[in-house]
Design a protein around this ligand. Structure first.
Ligand code: 3HC
Length: 698
């Protein structure tokens, strides 16, 4: 008997206990352990019923993802589950924590399922680019019917115990959280009441009722919009449909296996699993000891009640941390607070908050016009506009009023954190906390370490990111840090492509076809064209050689983006949909004429290569300079900050899949043809290609 699964008997109940921290994933030891424990239970004449229960924080949370791609060791999960189901003594699963994926499939192979009140169940395989491959697509619809099974399997969303009982997924929600005691009591009830063996695979009434139903076609129609670019949700639908169209359960299982294998071999599966592990890995910062102490953050001050500052404040109020929000003028403060209230009320209208919760959160945000009110806060985040002189003056004031040990943070998206810190006498307490717009929604928090930032300040920021339900990525200090430094390279290249002959909508379509939620120019319209314009103007004033751009002309004409209903695109009242505008085509044509450029045909492939490879080349430089510790830090920054499609795993993982040799060849080609520093090949990229390695090997 393996150590991770034990068999014992309590009166007439044969108890199979799984204990494989952290989440009881179905690794080989667990699968073979359950197999022998089931056999032992069958052989145990005194056991009238078997119970599967887990130690630790959760019931089985799924197949062991770390084993994917390795040769399969028997028993395979579907066979094990069939074996459990075939047992001629009743088998009960007692669920706590989260019964997910293969874990729920094990439970569905049992004859009875009970759950503690806080338990959740789900089939989240789709989020990893997979489908439930151990009978989930065949057994779940036999309990819930097609519609609910499709919803659960194609979204991967979890279902709470009470709802799972309503849907017929669990038989009973037990009275207490003591899963072992409750499971035993239920198993004894099964014996006492003489409940029979009841195999889900043999249930057919739900299947009969919905045979030939139009639900699958309707579902696929809906997915075309909801699951744009993804393969797995469609394959999930095919697999569930097979439960209804196959001649037997075994045939349905065969179809499920075929579809599962197709997905297992897909790049999307590889990308999503890379994203899953990377999201967890970013919190383990190299060089920052796990036991680094953290500072206690009980209250926060935010400077600036504009869009960014307001959004930042909401993050803290949402998790019960009081915030003082500072503005220079009462009017601006009132406006900022009113917008926050409106945001909360809109959420309440959608049923995601109660009005009491709205009031509770609003009561945690208090406005102030005085820096003196920051004397006792544990953390201050400055969120004013991007001007170094303004930021330095604010940090100088903070240094004067904040208590010793308070963390002083800037939400700057580009500026030098060390220079900001130099305005204080405590640079060790200064850090960058770069939120992404809308700050209360986007999951990324880019945490920028200054040269002198103390370790406990970095550790506190990482922990705080988790507390406010964000993914924190710790990066180094340079212009634009990781995210915007790469974005600016892509932006400049996109503008040049239009100079040379592409249209903005052609560039944007290449990016949305790749899976980005919006293209470069639509994004520029959202952020405001004046931002890039003022950055370029500042650089020109500073004597830098910044080429003229047709986008300067847009800004000078007051076409600033969505806020003026016109930018690179035009907008209609009440809509955010970008509409191509012939006036902009004319403006671009005029610009080309002035610059003596003859427009040429630009292919989609060139757009893809120039927009994306320039980012990969820059990403390699960022790695080489130690600005990002690992390529996965860059991947997560782009997935959570800029909507890079998770199913492509992030820009660096995507580059590995394309082949770094191919990318380097193209970088060299554009270096010759287009020129510019951005196309100077990164030494790291050259080294990796020479050694036949990938970013993922670093
Ligand atoms: N396999 C291997 N490791 C897993 C795992 C899994 N299925 N699920 C979680 N882990 C690991 C994590 O990588 C992490 O490891 P680390 O501590 O070394 O970083 C550790 O378990 C704890 O995970 P979290 O930090 O995510 O802990 P939480 O408590 O926040 O969340 C969870 C727990 C809800 C279980 C979450 O980890 C989760 O959603 N896991 C994935 C569940 C899943 O997708 N299951 C389906 C797998 S595919 C499958 O079953 C195929 C089958 O149909 C054939």
């Amino acid at each position: 008997m393996s150590e991770v699964v034990t068999y014992s008997r309590e009166q007439s109940v044969g108890v199979i206990t799984v204990n494989y921290p952290p989440v009881n994933a179905l690794g080989h030891a667990v699968r073979s352990g359950i197999q022998s424990a089931i056999q032992q239970g069958r052989d145990d004449a005194d056991a009238k019923v078997l119970l599967i229960v887990c130690e630790g924080r959760t019931f089985i949370a799924g197949a062991d993802i770390r084993e994917f791609g390795k040769p399969l060791q028997e028993p395979a999960l579907p066979d094990l589950i069939n074996d459990i189901e075939a047992t001629d003594k009743p088998v009960v699963a007692a669920i706590h924590g989260t019964a997910l994926g293969g874990g729920l499939e094990v439970a569905l192979g049992c004859h009875y399922r009970v759950a503690v009140p806080s338990a959740k169940v789900g089939l989240p395989e789709v989020k990893l680019g997979l489908l439930p491959g151990a009978g989930g697509t065949q057994r779940l619809p036999r309990l819930t019917g097609a519609q609910k099974a499709l919803e659960m399997i194609t979204t991967g969303d979890f279902v709470a115990a009470a709802r799972a009982a309503e849907l017929g997924i669990v038989d009973e929600v037990v009275g207490s959280e003591d899963v072992r005691a409750e499971g035993l009591a239920y198993a004894q009830k099964v014996v006492a009441e003489g409940k029979p063996v009841r195999r889900v695979s043999e249930l057919s009434d739900k299947l009969e009722a919905e045979k030939g139903s139009a639900v699958f076609e309707q579902f696929r129609e809906g997915l075309k919009k909801k699951a744009r670019g993804l393969i797995a949700p469609f394959k999930c639908t095919d697999a569930v449909e097979a439960a209804f169209t196959s001649a037997s359960f075994a045939d349905g299982m065969k179809r499920e296996r075929e579809l599962f294998s197709e997905l297992m071999a897909s790049d999307q599966r590889a990308g999503l699993i890379h994203a899953f592990f990377s999201e967890r890995e970013v919190s383990k910062v190299p060089g920052l000891a796990k036991d680094t102490p953290v500072r206690d953050i009980k209250s926060v001050g935010v400077i600036g009640a504009g869009t960014m500052g307001g959004g930042i404040a909401m993050n803290f109020a949402n998790v019960g941390i009081p915030v003082r929000l500072l503005e220079v003028k009462q009017e601006a403060l009132d406006k900022g607070l009113a917008i926050i209230r409106k945001n909360y009320e809109n959420t309440a209208k959608k049923g995601r908050l109660t009005m009491e919760q709205v009031e509770e959160r609003m009561s945690l945000i208090t406005g102030t016009l005085s820096y003196n009110d920051f004397a006792d806060v544990d953390l201050v985040i400055e969120a004013v506009f991007e001007r170094m002189d303004v930021k330095k003056s604010i940090f100088g004031q903070l240094d004067g009023v904040c208590k010793p040990g308070a963390i002083l943070a800037s939400n700057t998206s580009t500026l030098d954190i060390d220079e900001i810190a130099s305005a204080t006498k405590r640079p060790e307490d200064v850090i960058g906390l770069h939120f992404f717009s809308p700050a209360n929604v986007m999951k990324l928090l880019e945490i920028v370490r200054g040269e002198k930032t103390a370790d406990d300040v970095k550790a506190t920021a990482m922990q705080l990111a988790k507390r406010i339900k964000k993914v924190g990525v710790l990066v180094g200090n340079c212009h634009g840090f990781v995210g915007n430094r790469m974005l600016h390279k892509r932006g400049a290249e996109a503008m040049s492509l239009v100079d040379e002959g592409a249209t903005p909508q052609q560039v944007d379509k290449v990016l949305t076809d790749l899976g980005f939620p919006m293209g470069q120019f639509a994004m520029g319209d959202l952020a405001g064209i004046d931002i890039g314009y003022s950055i370029r103007q500042e650089r020109r004033k500073a004597g830098e050689d910044v080429a003229p751009s047709w986008m300067d002309k847009l800004a000078e004409q007051g076409r600033l983006g969505q806020k003026t209903m016109a930018g690179t695109y035009r907008y209609e009242e009440g809509s955010r949909k970008p509409i191509p505008d012939p006036a902009v085509d004319e403006l671009i044509a005029e610009f080309r004429k002035e610059q003596g450029i003859t427009a040429r045909e630009v292919t989609d492939q060139e757009i893809l290569e120039r927009c994306m490879y320039v980012m990969v080349n820059e990403g390699a430089k960022i790695l080489d300079e130690g600005i990002a510790y690992r390529s996965l830090d860059i991947d997560i920054t782009w997935i959570y900050g800029y909507g890079f499609p998770a199913y492509r795993g992030g820009p660096m993982f995507w580059a590995d899949q394309i082949g770094l040799d191919k990318i380097l060849d193209a970088v060299k080609k554009y270096h010759n043809e287009v020129g510019g520093k951005q196309w100077e090949p990164s030494p790291l990229l050259e080294k990796l290609v020479a050694e036949g390695k990938k970013f993922g090997d670093l």
